[in-house]
Write a protein that binds this ligand. Structure first.
Ligand SMILES: Cc1ncc(COP(=O)(O)O)c(C=O)c1O
Length: 471
Protein backbone atom coordinates (compact mmCIF):
# COMPACT_ATOMS: atom_id res chain seq x y z
CA UNK A 1 0.00 0.00 0.00
CA UNK A 2 1.35 3.42 -0.98
CA UNK A 3 2.40 5.57 1.99
CA UNK A 4 0.96 9.09 1.88
CA UNK A 5 3.66 11.76 1.69
CA UNK A 6 3.98 13.79 4.90
CA UNK A 7 1.74 16.87 5.06
CA UNK A 8 3.60 20.18 4.51
CA UNK A 9 4.81 21.60 7.82
CA UNK A 10 3.79 25.02 9.04
CA UNK A 11 6.53 27.53 8.23
CA UNK A 12 6.14 29.45 11.48
CA UNK A 13 9.34 27.97 12.89
CA UNK A 14 11.37 29.31 9.98
CA UNK A 15 12.37 32.97 9.85
CA UNK A 16 10.11 34.00 6.97
CA UNK A 17 7.58 36.75 7.59
CA UNK A 18 4.00 35.55 7.99
CA UNK A 19 1.89 35.58 4.84
CA UNK A 20 -1.32 36.06 6.86
CA UNK A 21 -0.66 38.89 9.25
CA UNK A 22 1.87 41.53 10.16
CA UNK A 23 4.68 39.52 11.67
CA UNK A 24 5.95 41.11 14.88
CA UNK A 25 9.27 39.25 14.53
CA UNK A 26 9.94 41.01 11.23
CA UNK A 27 8.81 44.37 12.48
CA UNK A 28 10.96 44.10 15.59
CA UNK A 29 14.05 43.10 13.58
CA UNK A 30 13.62 45.84 11.00
CA UNK A 31 12.99 48.51 13.62
CA UNK A 32 16.01 47.46 15.64
CA UNK A 33 18.22 47.24 12.54
CA UNK A 34 16.98 50.65 11.36
CA UNK A 35 17.78 52.15 14.77
CA UNK A 36 21.23 50.55 14.76
CA UNK A 37 21.95 51.87 11.26
CA UNK A 38 20.65 55.34 12.10
CA UNK A 39 22.95 55.38 15.13
CA UNK A 40 25.91 54.27 13.01
CA UNK A 41 25.29 57.02 10.46
CA UNK A 42 24.64 59.57 13.22
CA UNK A 43 27.87 58.81 15.08
CA UNK A 44 30.13 58.97 12.03
CA UNK A 45 32.29 61.78 13.39
CA UNK A 46 33.15 59.69 16.47
CA UNK A 47 35.01 57.23 14.26
CA UNK A 48 37.75 57.69 11.68
CA UNK A 49 36.75 57.65 7.99
CA UNK A 50 38.93 54.55 7.70
CA UNK A 51 38.46 52.33 10.75
CA UNK A 52 41.25 50.10 11.99
CA UNK A 53 40.95 46.36 11.77
CA UNK A 54 37.91 45.29 13.75
CA UNK A 55 36.78 42.07 15.31
CA UNK A 56 34.68 40.05 12.88
CA UNK A 57 31.84 37.80 14.08
CA UNK A 58 31.81 34.09 13.40
CA UNK A 59 31.17 33.40 9.74
CA UNK A 60 29.61 29.93 9.57
CA UNK A 61 25.98 29.37 10.60
CA UNK A 62 25.62 27.51 13.89
CA UNK A 63 23.58 24.33 14.32
CA UNK A 64 20.54 26.37 15.38
CA UNK A 65 19.64 29.75 13.99
CA UNK A 66 20.33 32.92 15.98
CA UNK A 67 17.73 35.23 17.50
CA UNK A 68 17.39 38.93 16.74
CA UNK A 69 19.64 40.05 19.60
CA UNK A 70 22.58 37.89 18.49
CA UNK A 71 22.10 38.81 14.84
CA UNK A 72 22.13 42.52 15.60
CA UNK A 73 25.20 42.19 17.81
CA UNK A 74 27.04 40.41 14.99
CA UNK A 75 25.90 43.08 12.55
CA UNK A 76 27.25 45.76 14.86
CA UNK A 77 30.70 44.17 14.79
CA UNK A 78 30.78 44.34 11.00
CA UNK A 79 29.48 47.92 11.05
CA UNK A 80 32.31 48.98 13.40
CA UNK A 81 34.84 48.03 10.73
CA UNK A 82 32.99 49.48 7.74
CA UNK A 83 34.33 52.37 5.65
CA UNK A 84 32.72 55.41 7.23
CA UNK A 85 31.01 57.11 4.27
CA UNK A 86 29.04 59.59 6.38
CA UNK A 87 32.17 61.16 7.88
CA UNK A 88 32.85 64.70 6.56
CA UNK A 89 36.50 63.73 6.06
CA UNK A 90 35.67 60.78 3.78
CA UNK A 91 37.09 62.37 0.64
CA UNK A 92 39.14 59.58 -0.85
CA UNK A 93 36.90 57.99 -3.42
CA UNK A 94 33.70 58.23 -5.39
CA UNK A 95 31.58 56.95 -2.54
CA UNK A 96 29.41 59.68 -1.04
CA UNK A 97 27.07 59.33 1.95
CA UNK A 98 23.77 57.61 1.14
CA UNK A 99 20.53 59.55 0.66
CA UNK A 100 17.87 58.74 3.23
CA UNK A 101 15.19 57.75 0.70
CA UNK A 102 17.71 55.61 -1.12
CA UNK A 103 18.42 53.65 2.08
CA UNK A 104 14.71 53.13 2.72
CA UNK A 105 14.13 52.05 -0.88
CA UNK A 106 16.98 49.54 -0.63
CA UNK A 107 15.26 47.97 2.35
CA UNK A 108 11.93 47.82 0.55
CA UNK A 109 13.69 46.44 -2.53
CA UNK A 110 15.03 43.57 -0.43
CA UNK A 111 11.58 42.89 1.03
CA UNK A 112 9.84 42.95 -2.34
CA UNK A 113 12.53 40.62 -3.66
CA UNK A 114 11.33 41.17 -7.22
CA UNK A 115 13.43 40.15 -10.17
CA UNK A 116 14.10 42.55 -13.04
CA UNK A 117 14.88 39.60 -15.26
CA UNK A 118 11.31 39.49 -16.55
CA UNK A 119 8.11 41.47 -16.25
CA UNK A 120 6.05 38.73 -14.58
CA UNK A 121 8.61 38.75 -11.75
CA UNK A 122 8.54 42.54 -11.35
CA UNK A 123 5.45 44.02 -13.04
CA UNK A 124 5.49 47.53 -11.58
CA UNK A 125 9.25 47.68 -11.18
CA UNK A 126 10.00 46.70 -14.80
CA UNK A 127 7.76 49.54 -15.95
CA UNK A 128 9.35 51.94 -13.48
CA UNK A 129 12.82 50.95 -14.64
CA UNK A 130 11.99 51.47 -18.31
CA UNK A 131 10.36 54.83 -17.64
CA UNK A 132 13.14 56.07 -15.38
CA UNK A 133 15.87 55.07 -17.86
CA UNK A 134 13.94 56.96 -20.55
CA UNK A 135 13.54 60.01 -18.34
CA UNK A 136 17.19 60.02 -17.30
CA UNK A 137 18.42 59.58 -20.87
CA UNK A 138 16.38 62.55 -22.04
CA UNK A 139 17.28 64.58 -18.96
CA UNK A 140 20.96 64.36 -19.88
CA UNK A 141 20.21 65.41 -23.44
CA UNK A 142 19.70 62.23 -25.46
CA UNK A 143 16.87 62.45 -28.04
CA UNK A 144 13.25 61.46 -27.38
CA UNK A 145 12.86 57.69 -27.41
CA UNK A 146 16.23 57.08 -25.82
CA UNK A 147 16.58 54.81 -22.81
CA UNK A 148 18.70 52.08 -21.34
CA UNK A 149 19.26 49.56 -18.62
CA UNK A 150 20.80 49.52 -15.14
CA UNK A 151 23.77 47.32 -14.33
CA UNK A 152 25.81 46.48 -11.27
CA UNK A 153 28.43 49.21 -11.64
CA UNK A 154 30.23 51.23 -14.28
CA UNK A 155 32.50 48.36 -15.27
CA UNK A 156 29.54 46.31 -16.41
CA UNK A 157 27.88 49.28 -18.14
CA UNK A 158 31.08 49.91 -20.12
CA UNK A 159 31.32 46.24 -21.06
CA UNK A 160 27.71 46.16 -22.24
CA UNK A 161 28.30 49.33 -24.28
CA UNK A 162 31.26 47.81 -26.10
CA UNK A 163 29.43 44.54 -26.76
CA UNK A 164 26.45 46.49 -28.12
CA UNK A 165 28.74 48.60 -30.31
CA UNK A 166 30.42 45.48 -31.62
CA UNK A 167 27.16 43.74 -32.52
CA UNK A 168 25.58 46.84 -34.01
CA UNK A 169 28.60 47.21 -36.32
CA UNK A 170 28.50 43.52 -37.25
CA UNK A 171 31.96 42.98 -35.74
CA UNK A 172 31.10 40.23 -33.26
CA UNK A 173 33.16 37.65 -35.12
CA UNK A 174 36.03 39.97 -35.97
CA UNK A 175 39.12 39.47 -33.83
CA UNK A 176 41.01 42.35 -35.47
CA UNK A 177 38.76 45.15 -34.18
CA UNK A 178 40.19 47.81 -31.88
CA UNK A 179 38.87 50.26 -29.30
CA UNK A 180 40.32 53.76 -29.12
CA UNK A 181 40.40 55.72 -25.85
CA UNK A 182 42.70 58.07 -23.98
CA UNK A 183 45.49 56.90 -21.71
CA UNK A 184 43.44 58.26 -18.79
CA UNK A 185 40.41 56.05 -19.58
CA UNK A 186 39.22 53.71 -16.85
CA UNK A 187 40.80 50.27 -16.43
CA UNK A 188 37.39 48.63 -16.88
CA UNK A 189 37.95 48.91 -20.64
CA UNK A 190 40.77 46.36 -20.38
CA UNK A 191 38.46 44.01 -18.53
CA UNK A 192 35.80 44.48 -21.19
CA UNK A 193 38.21 43.51 -23.94
CA UNK A 194 39.32 40.48 -21.97
CA UNK A 195 35.72 39.31 -21.63
CA UNK A 196 35.12 40.01 -25.32
CA UNK A 197 38.01 37.77 -26.27
CA UNK A 198 40.11 40.58 -27.73
CA UNK A 199 43.85 40.86 -27.03
CA UNK A 200 45.17 43.68 -24.79
CA UNK A 201 46.65 45.31 -27.89
CA UNK A 202 43.07 45.88 -29.16
CA UNK A 203 42.82 48.73 -26.67
CA UNK A 204 44.75 51.60 -28.26
CA UNK A 205 45.39 54.32 -25.71
CA UNK A 206 45.94 57.76 -27.19
CA UNK A 207 47.79 60.70 -25.63
CA UNK A 208 46.15 63.40 -23.57
CA UNK A 209 46.87 67.11 -23.24
CA UNK A 210 48.23 68.67 -20.05
CA UNK A 211 44.69 68.69 -18.57
CA UNK A 212 44.30 64.95 -19.07
CA UNK A 213 41.88 65.24 -22.02
CA UNK A 214 42.22 63.06 -25.10
CA UNK A 215 44.07 64.82 -27.90
CA UNK A 216 41.58 65.00 -30.82
CA UNK A 217 44.40 65.34 -33.37
CA UNK A 218 45.82 62.03 -32.18
CA UNK A 219 42.35 60.49 -32.50
CA UNK A 220 41.94 61.86 -36.03
CA UNK A 221 45.33 60.41 -37.05
CA UNK A 222 44.57 57.04 -35.46
CA UNK A 223 41.19 56.79 -37.17
CA UNK A 224 42.83 57.63 -40.52
CA UNK A 225 45.56 55.07 -39.88
CA UNK A 226 43.01 52.38 -38.98
CA UNK A 227 40.98 53.16 -42.11
CA UNK A 228 44.11 53.04 -44.28
CA UNK A 229 45.22 49.72 -42.75
CA UNK A 230 41.73 48.18 -42.91
CA UNK A 231 41.57 47.79 -39.12
CA UNK A 232 37.94 47.98 -37.97
CA UNK A 233 37.33 50.34 -35.07
CA UNK A 234 34.78 48.79 -32.75
CA UNK A 235 34.25 51.99 -30.76
CA UNK A 236 35.85 55.20 -29.62
CA UNK A 237 35.48 55.71 -25.87
CA UNK A 238 35.42 59.23 -24.53
CA UNK A 239 35.59 59.85 -20.80
CA UNK A 240 33.45 62.46 -19.08
CA UNK A 241 35.30 62.61 -15.78
CA UNK A 242 38.54 60.66 -15.61
CA UNK A 243 39.17 58.69 -12.43
CA UNK A 244 42.11 60.68 -11.07
CA UNK A 245 41.58 64.27 -12.28
CA UNK A 246 37.97 64.37 -13.46
CA UNK A 247 39.05 65.47 -16.93
CA UNK A 248 36.43 65.57 -19.66
CA UNK A 249 37.49 64.57 -23.18
CA UNK A 250 36.63 66.90 -26.12
CA UNK A 251 33.39 65.08 -26.85
CA UNK A 252 32.05 67.34 -29.66
CA UNK A 253 35.25 66.92 -31.70
CA UNK A 254 35.30 63.18 -30.96
CA UNK A 255 31.66 62.84 -32.01
CA UNK A 256 32.24 64.52 -35.35
CA UNK A 257 35.27 62.33 -36.03
CA UNK A 258 33.24 59.24 -35.13
CA UNK A 259 30.43 60.33 -37.42
CA UNK A 260 32.86 60.91 -40.29
CA UNK A 261 34.32 57.41 -39.87
CA UNK A 262 31.04 55.66 -39.01
CA UNK A 263 32.38 54.63 -35.60
CA UNK A 264 30.37 54.12 -32.40
CA UNK A 265 31.06 56.71 -29.69
CA UNK A 266 30.67 55.47 -26.14
CA UNK A 267 31.07 58.01 -23.36
CA UNK A 268 32.15 56.69 -20.00
CA UNK A 269 30.37 59.29 -17.89
CA UNK A 270 30.48 57.19 -14.73
CA UNK A 271 31.74 60.26 -12.88
CA UNK A 272 30.68 63.24 -14.96
CA UNK A 273 27.43 62.44 -16.76
CA UNK A 274 25.28 63.47 -13.77
CA UNK A 275 26.39 67.08 -14.37
CA UNK A 276 24.25 67.07 -17.51
CA UNK A 277 21.15 66.88 -15.29
CA UNK A 278 21.48 70.58 -14.52
CA UNK A 279 21.49 73.20 -17.32
CA UNK A 280 24.05 75.37 -15.48
CA UNK A 281 26.46 72.48 -15.05
CA UNK A 282 25.82 70.68 -18.35
CA UNK A 283 28.57 72.61 -20.22
CA UNK A 284 31.12 70.82 -18.00
CA UNK A 285 30.34 67.67 -20.02
CA UNK A 286 29.63 69.39 -23.35
CA UNK A 287 28.88 67.01 -26.19
CA UNK A 288 27.81 64.16 -23.92
CA UNK A 289 24.51 63.73 -25.74
CA UNK A 290 26.27 63.22 -29.08
CA UNK A 291 27.26 59.74 -27.92
CA UNK A 292 25.71 56.50 -29.10
CA UNK A 293 25.92 55.18 -25.54
CA UNK A 294 26.65 56.66 -22.13
CA UNK A 295 27.60 55.13 -18.80
CA UNK A 296 26.24 57.14 -15.88
CA UNK A 297 26.71 56.27 -12.21
CA UNK A 298 24.34 58.04 -9.81
CA UNK A 299 26.11 56.08 -7.03
CA UNK A 300 29.27 58.13 -7.44
CA UNK A 301 28.00 61.61 -6.55
CA UNK A 302 24.24 61.76 -6.03
CA UNK A 303 24.14 59.53 -2.94
CA UNK A 304 22.15 56.71 -4.51
CA UNK A 305 23.15 53.58 -2.63
CA UNK A 306 25.40 51.14 -4.46
CA UNK A 307 25.12 49.84 -6.97
CA UNK A 308 23.53 52.38 -9.28
CA UNK A 309 24.91 52.54 -12.79
CA UNK A 310 23.04 52.76 -16.06
CA UNK A 311 23.88 52.35 -19.70
CA UNK A 312 21.85 54.85 -21.72
CA UNK A 313 21.51 54.81 -25.49
CA UNK A 314 20.04 57.06 -28.12
CA UNK A 315 18.53 53.90 -29.64
CA UNK A 316 17.78 51.58 -26.71
CA UNK A 317 16.41 48.85 -29.01
CA UNK A 318 20.07 48.12 -29.81
CA UNK A 319 20.34 46.54 -26.36
CA UNK A 320 17.74 43.89 -27.06
CA UNK A 321 19.14 43.45 -30.60
CA UNK A 322 22.42 42.53 -28.91
CA UNK A 323 21.44 40.61 -25.80
CA UNK A 324 17.97 39.12 -26.30
CA UNK A 325 17.71 35.36 -26.00
CA UNK A 326 13.93 35.27 -25.99
CA UNK A 327 13.92 34.00 -22.39
CA UNK A 328 12.04 30.84 -23.40
CA UNK A 329 10.97 30.07 -19.82
CA UNK A 330 9.10 33.37 -19.39
CA UNK A 331 5.79 34.80 -20.58
CA UNK A 332 6.35 37.32 -23.39
CA UNK A 333 7.10 40.89 -22.46
CA UNK A 334 4.11 43.22 -22.65
CA UNK A 335 5.91 46.53 -22.66
CA UNK A 336 9.02 46.24 -24.81
CA UNK A 337 11.76 43.79 -23.89
CA UNK A 338 12.31 42.01 -20.61
CA UNK A 339 15.05 43.48 -18.41
CA UNK A 340 17.02 40.26 -18.80
CA UNK A 341 16.93 40.67 -22.59
CA UNK A 342 18.38 44.18 -22.47
CA UNK A 343 21.77 43.43 -20.98
CA UNK A 344 24.25 40.87 -19.75
CA UNK A 345 22.73 40.30 -16.35
CA UNK A 346 19.91 37.84 -15.80
CA UNK A 347 18.46 38.05 -12.32
CA UNK A 348 18.77 41.62 -11.08
CA UNK A 349 17.45 43.37 -8.02
CA UNK A 350 15.20 46.40 -8.33
CA UNK A 351 18.03 48.92 -8.10
CA UNK A 352 15.74 51.33 -9.88
CA UNK A 353 13.74 51.78 -6.68
CA UNK A 354 16.48 53.54 -4.72
CA UNK A 355 17.45 55.65 -7.73
CA UNK A 356 13.88 56.72 -8.36
CA UNK A 357 13.04 57.40 -4.70
CA UNK A 358 16.37 59.13 -4.10
CA UNK A 359 15.91 61.45 -7.08
CA UNK A 360 12.33 62.15 -6.03
CA UNK A 361 13.48 63.01 -2.53
CA UNK A 362 16.15 65.35 -3.88
CA UNK A 363 14.03 67.04 -6.52
CA UNK A 364 15.74 68.99 -9.29
CA UNK A 365 16.74 71.60 -6.69
CA UNK A 366 18.44 68.97 -4.58
CA UNK A 367 20.36 67.61 -7.57
CA UNK A 368 21.53 71.12 -8.38
CA UNK A 369 22.51 71.70 -4.75
CA UNK A 370 24.67 68.54 -4.75
CA UNK A 371 26.42 69.60 -7.97
CA UNK A 372 26.85 73.23 -6.79
CA UNK A 373 28.27 72.06 -3.46
CA UNK A 374 30.71 69.61 -5.02
CA UNK A 375 32.08 72.23 -7.42
CA UNK A 376 32.26 74.89 -4.71
CA UNK A 377 34.28 72.60 -2.42
CA UNK A 378 36.69 71.65 -5.22
CA UNK A 379 37.19 75.31 -6.09
CA UNK A 380 37.69 76.25 -2.45
CA UNK A 381 40.25 73.52 -1.79
CA UNK A 382 42.04 74.48 -4.98
CA UNK A 383 42.27 78.12 -3.87
CA UNK A 384 43.45 77.06 -0.41
CA UNK A 385 46.24 74.97 -1.96
CA UNK A 386 47.29 77.49 -4.59
CA UNK A 387 49.67 79.42 -2.29
CA UNK A 388 51.94 76.34 -2.28
CA UNK A 389 53.20 76.95 -5.78
CA UNK A 390 55.28 73.80 -5.76
CA UNK A 391 52.08 71.73 -5.80
CA UNK A 392 50.89 70.72 -9.25
CA UNK A 393 47.09 70.87 -9.04
CA UNK A 394 45.15 68.78 -11.53
CA UNK A 395 41.40 69.10 -12.06
CA UNK A 396 39.09 68.82 -15.03
CA UNK A 397 36.24 71.14 -14.09
CA UNK A 398 34.39 68.58 -11.94
CA UNK A 399 34.71 67.81 -8.21
CA UNK A 400 38.00 65.91 -8.25
CA UNK A 401 41.32 67.52 -7.37
CA UNK A 402 44.60 65.62 -7.58
CA UNK A 403 47.97 67.09 -6.65
CA UNK A 404 51.61 66.29 -6.10
CA UNK A 405 54.69 68.43 -5.56
CA UNK A 406 56.83 69.26 -8.57
CA UNK A 407 60.37 67.99 -8.82
CA UNK A 408 60.03 64.72 -6.90
CA UNK A 409 61.23 61.37 -8.18
CA UNK A 410 58.76 58.48 -8.30
CA UNK A 411 60.14 57.15 -5.01
CA UNK A 412 59.98 60.58 -3.36
CA UNK A 413 56.38 61.15 -4.44
CA UNK A 414 55.52 57.69 -3.12
CA UNK A 415 57.01 58.62 0.24
CA UNK A 416 55.47 62.12 0.30
CA UNK A 417 51.98 60.87 -0.55
CA UNK A 418 52.19 58.01 1.95
CA UNK A 419 53.28 60.13 4.89
CA UNK A 420 50.93 63.03 4.06
CA UNK A 421 48.03 60.63 3.82
CA UNK A 422 48.92 59.33 7.29
CA UNK A 423 49.02 62.88 8.69
CA UNK A 424 45.64 63.57 7.12
CA UNK A 425 44.16 60.37 8.51
CA UNK A 426 45.36 61.34 11.97
CA UNK A 427 43.17 64.44 11.54
CA UNK A 428 40.26 62.27 10.31
CA UNK A 429 40.66 63.36 6.70
CA UNK A 430 40.97 60.61 4.14
CA UNK A 431 42.38 61.17 0.66
CA UNK A 432 43.40 58.53 -1.86
CA UNK A 433 46.84 58.03 -3.34
CA UNK A 434 46.44 57.26 -7.07
CA UNK A 435 49.33 56.67 -9.40
CA UNK A 436 49.13 59.20 -12.24
CA UNK A 437 51.70 59.93 -14.98
CA UNK A 438 54.24 57.77 -13.20
CA UNK A 439 53.94 59.60 -9.84
CA UNK A 440 51.83 59.08 -6.77
CA UNK A 441 49.38 61.90 -6.23
CA UNK A 442 46.95 62.70 -3.47
CA UNK A 443 43.37 62.93 -4.65
CA UNK A 444 40.40 64.61 -3.01
CA UNK A 445 36.90 63.78 -4.24
CA UNK A 446 34.77 66.66 -3.05
CA UNK A 447 31.36 65.07 -3.42
CA UNK A 448 30.73 64.69 0.30
CA UNK A 449 28.05 67.21 1.34
CA UNK A 450 29.14 67.00 5.02
CA UNK A 451 32.58 68.46 4.29
CA UNK A 452 32.74 72.04 5.58
CA UNK A 453 35.10 75.00 5.32
CA UNK A 454 37.00 74.00 8.45
CA UNK A 455 37.74 70.55 7.04
CA UNK A 456 39.08 72.04 3.82
CA UNK A 457 41.23 74.53 5.74
CA UNK A 458 42.65 71.79 7.93
CA UNK A 459 43.32 69.65 4.89
CA UNK A 460 45.13 72.46 3.08
CA UNK A 461 47.18 73.29 6.17
CA UNK A 462 48.39 69.69 6.54
CA UNK A 463 49.20 69.37 2.85
CA UNK A 464 50.91 72.78 2.88
CA UNK A 465 53.13 71.74 5.81
CA UNK A 466 54.05 68.53 4.00
CA UNK A 467 55.29 70.56 1.02
CA UNK A 468 57.23 73.06 3.15
CA UNK A 469 59.37 70.34 4.72
CA UNK A 470 60.33 68.85 1.37
CA UNK A 471 64.00 69.26 0.39
C1 LIG B 1 35.60 56.81 -15.16
C2 LIG B 1 35.19 55.51 -14.53
N1 LIG B 1 34.56 54.60 -15.29
C3 LIG B 1 34.17 53.42 -14.79
C4 LIG B 1 34.40 53.10 -13.47
C5 LIG B 1 33.99 51.76 -12.95
O1 LIG B 1 32.87 51.87 -12.13
P1 LIG B 1 32.51 50.72 -11.09
O2 LIG B 1 33.56 50.72 -10.02
O3 LIG B 1 31.15 51.13 -10.60
O4 LIG B 1 32.47 49.43 -11.81
C6 LIG B 1 35.04 54.03 -12.64
C7 LIG B 1 35.31 53.73 -11.23
O5 LIG B 1 35.80 54.53 -10.48
C8 LIG B 1 35.46 55.26 -13.19
O6 LIG B 1 36.13 56.16 -12.45
Amino acid sequence: MAVAPPAPQASAALPFASAEQLDPRLQELLEAAATQLSQWLGSATQRSPLPGLSLLPEVAPQASGLGNGALLADLQLVMEGAYNVNHPGALAHLDPPPLMASIAAELVCAGLNNNLLAEELSPSLSRLERSLCGWLAEAIGLPPGSGGVPASGGTLSNLMALVTARVSRGLQHCSEAVVLASSAAHVSLSKALLVMGLPPSALRLLPTDAQGRLDPEALALELEACAAAGVPVLAVVGTAGTTVCGAVDPLPAMASLCRRHGVWLHVDGAIGAVYALDPEHAPRVAGLALADSITINPQKLLGITKTSSLLLLAQPAQLADTFATGLPYMEPSWGGSHGGDCGLQGTRSAEVLKLWLGLRQLGRDGITAILDGAIARRRRLQSLLEPWTRLLLRQGGLHLLAFSPEGLSAAESDHWSRSTRQDLLAAQLMLSRPMHLGRHHLKAVLGNPHTREEHLQQLAAIVGRSVEVLP
